[in-house]
Design a protein around this ligand. Sequence first.
Ligand code: HEC
Length: 298
Amino acid sequence: MSFASLPKGRKVALTTLGVLTTGGVGLALALNQSVKASDLELHPPSYPWSHAGLVSSLDHASVRRGYQVYKQVCSACHSMEYLAFRNLVGVSHTEAEVKVLAEEIEVVDGPDDTGEMFTRPGKLSDYFPKPYPNPEAARVANNGALPPDLSYIVNARHGGEDYVFSLLTGYCDPPAGVELREGLYYNPYFPGQAIGMAPPIYNEVLEYDDGTPATMSQVAKDVCTFLRWAAEPEHDQRKRMGLKLLMGAAIFIPLVYYMKRHSSRTPKRERYKQIFKKVTHGVTQLGRVISRQSFNLF
Ligand code: HEC
């Protein structure tokens, strides 16, 4: 039996039932949404990083300060196992400076002629020292939470440096009614809001070697710039290469256009052949320039 052939009373009843069910489901969905815990999570705003531009390089003075922050604050709990001291040379420090930094650490090496392991001062080729020998030891020291390796953290987290900056500066008191377990801290940017990392930075948490006032936001900005470089050491080269390609294209494209406009006397087929020849020649030349440049870079 179809809907149209039903008596009027049944029609009204069925329609009312339909409307009520739809409304009820809608209301239930809306209510469910409003009490979701993830609504307490804040999305980080996008900050105007000086390296955010299409052709802007990293701020290397900031990378240098960021290394100081990592070394003096974060490295107490976080490893950066993919970074070696030599990576800093020419980026944030001179070779002589990095040698001094490396020599401050002790590295177990060996075995020597008698089969014994020995310790020696660090060298340029050594990797950054780890705060804990293994993840279990790291958890025990941090109430069960594991401080992640920071080498690629800005690539590993949605929001990148905006997220890490917000996380570092975003600690606050929990809202009324939210109780936190011992050893957890409230941070609206952290998924779930309860993070096992105590607020690591505050105003004057360290004194910068270059005299920059170490406000909380300055410290967070510098360490984020450093972490961006760590996760993407090719950042500057990538943008420089992009700029060169753009400049190449700016010369090349008008040239092709000009050639096409001015070779109108030859028959069409010939003309296209010529253009094709010139374009392939141009591309090979450009390719040569680029490969020579990248050869210089690497
Ligand atoms: C006292 C130890 C300690 C110090 C110092 C410390 N952290 Fe952490 N950090 C932790 C622990 C523990 C976690 C894991 C928290 C969790 O999973 O609940 C963590 C997590 C993180 C995370 C990952 C958050 C996520 O989304 O998973 C980032 C990023 C981070 N720390 C950055 C830093 C930076 C940058 C510094 C230095 C300014 C720093 N931390 C200093 C202990 C520390």
